[in-house]
Write a protein that binds this ligand. Structure first.
Ligand SMILES: Nc1ncnc2c1ncn2[C@@H]1O[C@H](COP(=O)(O)OP(=O)(O)OP(=O)(O)O)[C@@H](O)[C@H]1O
Ligand SMILES: [Mg+2]
Length: 241
């Protein structure tokens, strides 16, 4: 479904992604881990062109996302993205947050958008908060609204960049539970996370990144029992401590 072909990105002089190659198959959950500054956010943000690349190509369902005929707003709206900091619009209700791009970018009629918001919020356990404002929700609830919003376009894939790192510990599980449910339903997901229990339980593949490269592309069984690269071994020890 997603293929990265020799992807290279520089921030000025800094080579942030160094010949990154990889594939994500339909229905797979890919977990991306690695030390701070290794390029995880940069990599995941290139998948819907929140960051541009200077060399290489990225295809989604066989079509290059760099094809000049692509409408960038539509491309971004059609690939779900869930950020660490939720990024809900504070002056819009939960209902409006979930349906905003369906209505504005895809011109969905209001009635249909309302039904969509109701069903997606029920799915993430927040039907009763449909008319709440984001400021009146807990972090875990806000992140579940952000997931409902990401689902609103029926995206072929959802990208998550550290979706639980900004949450208080007691709220991490409610968000991971929703993500596990999506995975079980066959959603294709790319998840940058340090939640190694989630990775072990849910991931089909794990990429370990360091210094802008993918050093390991393994199954969880391989990665956790016998990481090949010394830096991956050190990373796992650090996370365990
Ligand atoms: N907009 C930017 N301009 C310049 N350098 C950047 C920019 N964004 C990221 N970088 C640099 O690129 C490298 C990779 O950053 P990135 O945010 O992708 O790392 P990360 O693996 O997501 O780290 P973390 O675990 O801390 O989130 C870092 O050295 C960072 O300083
Ligand atoms: Mg990051």
């Amino acid at each position: 479904m997603i293929e990265l072909k020799n992807v290279n990105k520089w921030y000025g002089e800094y080579h942030a992604l160094n010949d990154v190659c990889g594939r994500v198959e339909k229905g797979q959950v890919l977990v991306v881990c690695g030390p701070s500054g290794s390029g995880k956010s940069t990599m995941i943000r290139t998948l819907n062109r929140l960051e541009n690349i200077q060399k290489g190509d990225i295809t989604v369902n066989g079509a290059s996302i760099y094809d000049p005929r692509n409408d960038l707003n539509k491309l971004r709206a059609s690939i779900g993205f869930v950020f660490q900091q939720f990024n809900l619009f504070p002056h819009y209700s939960v209902r409006e947050n979930v349906t905003l791009s369906a209505r504005k970018v895809f011109r969905m009629p209001a009635r249909e958008a309302d039904e969509l918001a109701e069903s997606l919020l029920a799915k993430v356990g927040l039907a009763h908060k449909i008319d709440a404002m984001p400021a009146n929700l807990s972090g875990g609830q806000q992140q579940r609204v952000a997931i409902a919003r990401a689902l609103a376009q029926r995206p072929p894939v959802i990208l998550f960049d550290e979706p639980t790192s900004a949450l208080d510990p007691e709220m991490v599980n409610e968000v991971l539970c929703v993500m596990k449910q999506l995975a079980a339903e066959g959603m294709t997901m790319v998840v940058v996370t340090h939640e190694m229990d989630f990775a072990r339980e849910v991931a089909d593949r794990i990429w370990f990144m360091d210094a802008g490269c993918i050093l390991e592309d393994s199954t969880p069984a391989e990665f956790f029992s016998a990481p090949r690269h010394p830096r991956a071994r050190k990373f796992l020890e650090d996370v365990r401590h």
